[in-house]
Write a protein that binds this ligand. Structure first.
Ligand SMILES: *[C@@H]1O[C@H](CO)[C@@H](O)[C@H](O)[C@H]1NC(C)=O
Ligand SMILES: *[C@@H]1O[C@H](CO)[C@@H](O)[C@H](O)[C@H]1NC(C)=O
Ligand SMILES: *[C@@H]1O[C@H](CO)[C@@H](O)[C@H](O)[C@H]1NC(C)=O
Ligand SMILES: *[C@@H]1O[C@H](CO)[C@@H](O)[C@H](O)[C@H]1NC(C)=O
Length: 366
């Protein structure tokens, strides 16, 4: 009897060992975006959009890495939910043999438009990120002995995460002292111009082999500490908590992005595009802040001035005591606690308010 029990326990052990060694739900995960998902690509660049210093990364396993919050970004959490054992490496330091699992091309201050973010210094725009992906595809092709069947089969199973556009508003359209876009375009025309570029780059990714794409909508940028700090009582005409002029412009973009996703799904029958509604998710996070454990939603945990939003978190500055009680880590970026919720919603929410027409878990299986 005792022998039988030992055999049984051994089988259980082997099963659980096989489970922990199991493969991720998709072979690879490619990331395009800005500081919300950058994991170190700006570390070697001449830019103010850098975060490889304390207290950024204070709750991250390896300390400051270039991630723009206290811990993991949404794509770090998503990589874990998808079953990856390691985080997806940044393009700037990726090793040749790592590219099969995916690469993170995201760069702080980057936007859809090439000039976006120039006020902060160097970065890799969406266009450059797609060029970097083109180079990576050539590396994979060589690893596959130039077998294009194998290459396209591999790429068609990967998830492509695209979080682009916030800076085209933050560090472009709503920065009229530096950029002319707000006098050149109405919010509607500007959104159309952005989506034209977005669509062209998405087409290039499709041509290169992308078949499972998650397009991430923009959050309530009019409600981030940076914008709350800029919204002085004199120009707070709407009586709202947030800058509704910005939110209105963001909404126009998001509606257009959803339309674009629908069009791509109609036109490319062998691919699946999904829209992740960050705007709804961020509204939910504020509305149900207490239930999510957030007691502070208007102020960054680390920063200077009104709402801790006038100057972003400085090197060696002491952050707030309880990081996970804050929705925002600094003037612009959510805390790891908030990223965990954003990622989980994108991964397995069944509400069409959060994800359309399916979530990332279903996209992995599609
Ligand atoms: C290319 O890869 C495919 C799929 O892995 C395989 O079936 C095929 O035999 C390969 N072709 C060559 C020429 O090696
Ligand atoms: C704008 O005004 C409303 C109503 O007076 C107030 O509740 C809100 O806090 C103000 N927003 C900011 C950012 O000052
Ligand atoms: C920090 O905040 C979280 C979320 O609000 C709460 O659950 C936790 O008890 C707090 N920790 C401390 C030490 O106050
Ligand atoms: C979504 O995934 C999270 C993390 O694995 C899990 O805790 C949660 O129960 C899941 N929710 C649903 C609705 O499946």
């Amino acid at each position: 009897m005792e022998e039988l029990r030992k055999v049984f326990l051994l089988i259980l052990f082997l099963l659980s060992a096989a489970e922990t060694r199991s493969e991720p739900q998709v072979p690879c995960f490619f990331i395009f975006g800005d500081s919300l998902v950058d994991n170190g690509n700006n570390n070697g660049l001449l830019t103010l959009a850098r975060a490889n210093y304390m207290p950024y990364g204070v709750d991250f396993s390896d300390g400051p890495s270039g991630r723009f919050n206290n811990g993991r970004t949404t794509v770090d959490v998503l990589a874990q939910l998808l079953g990856f054992r390691n985080f997806i490496p940044p393009y700037s330091t990726v090793q040749r043999n790592e590219v099969l699992r995916g690469v993170n091309f995201a760069s702080g201050a980057a936007g859809i438009r090439d000039e976006t973010g120039n006020n902060l210094g160097e970065h890799y725009s969406f266009t450059e990120q797609v060029e970097h992906f083109r180079q990576v595809v050539q590396v994979i092709r060589r690893l596959f002995q130039r077998n294009d069947t194998k290459l396209f089969d591999h790429l068609s199973k990967c998830i492509f995460f695209i979080g682009m556009g916030s800076n085209d508003y933050l560090n472009n359209y709503f920065m009229p002292n530096y950029y002319t876009t707000s006098s050149d375009y109405s919010p509607t025309t500007y959104s159309a111009v952005l989506l034209e570029d977005y669509s062209r780059l998405l087409n290039q990714l499709y041509e290169l082999g992308a078949r499972k794409v998650a397009a991430i909508g923009l959050g309530e940028i009019g409600c981030i500490p940076y914008e709350l700090a800029r919204l002085s009582s004199s120009n707070n005409k709407t009586g709202s908590r947030c800058n509704e002029k910005i939110n209105k412009a963001i909404n126009i973009f998001n509606i257009g992005l959803l339309k674009m996703v629908k069009r791509f799904n109609r036109d490319m029958e062998d691919a699946m595009f999904i829209y992740v509604n960050t705007y709804e998710s961020s509204k939910d996070l504020v509305k149900n802040a207490m239930a999510y454990g957030f007691s502070v939603v208007e102020k960054g945990c680390c920063g200077v001035g009104r709402n801790n939003g006038q100057i972003t978190c400085l090197p060696l500055q002491t952050p707030c005591a309880n990081h996970s009680s804050h929705l925002f880590w600094d003037a612009f970026h959510p805390t790891e606690a908030a990223n965990q919720i954003y990622a989980t919603k994108a991964y397995n929410s069944t509400s069409s308010l959060d994800v359309y027409p399916m979530n990332i878990k279903q996209l992995a299986l599609a």
